[in-house]
Write a protein that binds this ligand. Sequence first.
Ligand code: ADP
Length: 605
Amino acid sequence: MNILVINCGSSSVKAAVIDGSSGNRLLTMKIERLLDEHPIIHFSDKEEPISCPSSGHENALRFALPLIKEHLGDHELHGVGHRVVHGGDKFDQPIKITNEIEKAIEDLSSLAPLHNPVNLLGIRIAEEVFEDLPHVAVFDTSFHQTMPKRAIQYALPKHLREKYGLRRYGFHGTSHNYVADMAAAHLKTDIQNLRIITCHLGNGCSITAVEYGRSVETSMGMTPLEGLVMGTRSGDVDAGILVYIAKEEGMKMKAINKMLNKESGLKGLSGVGNDMRDIIQRSTEGDDDCRLAIQVFAHRLRKYIGAYAAVMGGVDAIVFTGGIGENSPVIRHRTTQRLDFLGAVLDEDLNHDLKLSTEQPVAEFSAPHSRTKLLAVRTDEQFAIAQETVRIVEEQTKVNTVPTIPIAVSGRHIHLTQEVVDVLFGEGYELTEKAPLSQPGQFAANERVTLVGPKNQIERVRILGPCRSKNQVEISRTDEFFLGVDAPVRASGHIQNSAGIKLVGPEGEVTLKEGVICAWRHIHMTPEDAKIFEVNDKDIVEVEVIHGTRPLTFGNVLVRVSPKYKLEMHIDTDEANAAELPRHSEGVLIDTDGTAKLVKRKLKH
Ligand code: ADP
């Protein structure tokens, strides 16, 4: 597939038409000096730049995007991938753009006022010019959505954190993800077995701890200002300084913001600008400020590498990328010397002679015996966006041609008889509804109980209402090991000779002789759904997950048909974790010959 990738930034627009499998560029385009009277457009296949008739993002895009069509000639385009800076906590995956998605990107503008509005403008104009193509948003933040709570929270008052969504999001996700994958491929090791620290050092700089394929820490925060020393951004500073200079200098917030984002970092330290090449050159000529700039830059980076190794309990590879990471032996050397205690041993010659190219996008610069590998990797965010766009377009094609089944994860829970509720919560107690469940009439109750097994106990296990005629406790394999019970895999309601357990409630306790099962993964559907899927109650089918991070098929899935049901597949937490399912996933049924059932109409759920 040929994908047009558009990065509509605040000061320039970059676009490329890329073969989604090889990464080859059919053409590239750049628009610069957007605010000049006549912005300048450079096309890779033309030496002479083209002058835009009028100024500003909108005029330049309306003029330039149709030219891409002309330049492409007979080459067909299959989709458009858009870089979007801020996806907030809404997007943990790239997504096909709809009106709803555009609205969400717009709503997130307060978190990225310089970026999201222009990203969105690029999307809207591209949709007009390429109206028949699918458009996909790829977010800088989404790779970091796997960070645990402890890594994303600022120690600020709760009401402010909640009111304004003050938390760490992280950026450069597309690049960190891409170079971590490249490093794993180079090391011929599944990324699921690697702890990688990726250092993206361009004009903006950030570092990420990629633990077994997932971002668990990154240095940029709610905005791209936090963390490493960058070209013109300060990175970490004591927030007390801002209060101090605001008072002493009488500076307004706008001026402080400009100072932190545009006049600090390498520029502020060196006094000669933000270009690392110049700074290195001058430092060799004896410029003390430039020397200091390099020292502070490398020191901050080393500090983070050590911290991230501690976060992951070790590190298998440290990756350098971005203009500085890929091209500067000096910075790589200063950062990684004396990292022997982490098992990383630098090879000075390899580092010095290292040259990356399209043919050689990954190179090692650690000594052969180094337990932790040091790598330089050429990042290619445009290609990564093209690859993601291809994936989403292919998924979408499937969603449009075969009926899909939403997949829900059911955590451990318990169904009780009224008699047991009476004992646990008091005579005549009625369960109270906390939230309705997707299956009609069912609800999650506010009430919870403790499960006491021979080995351990699990507290606060949710009760699902309404009461039933039999008690049934549904737990995962992991829970079984923890509790020390041996629960069979069963369909709901089939509890004969299953495991027993003690339940403790606020008013009493009950020991069940049987009722503990590990729920057989199943699909609820109505008789109408069953007709569409050409299945019957109690059939066993296979389901291919279509939005998972990795290709995955669940075998041995039980079909349950009833007019009372709503279409949904239920899996337990162990299965969802193993599959690394994103928040909203769907599956398609697989026929026994391995092909997806093709029913040429979309199922309305
Ligand atoms: P962006 O973040 O805008 O994509 P890049 O990834 O191209 O930027 O990185 C730009 C930075 O890389 C600049 O500071 C530039 O000086 C630096 N850089 C490029 N080549 C070298 C080099 N050979 N040695 C040191 N720094 C370099």
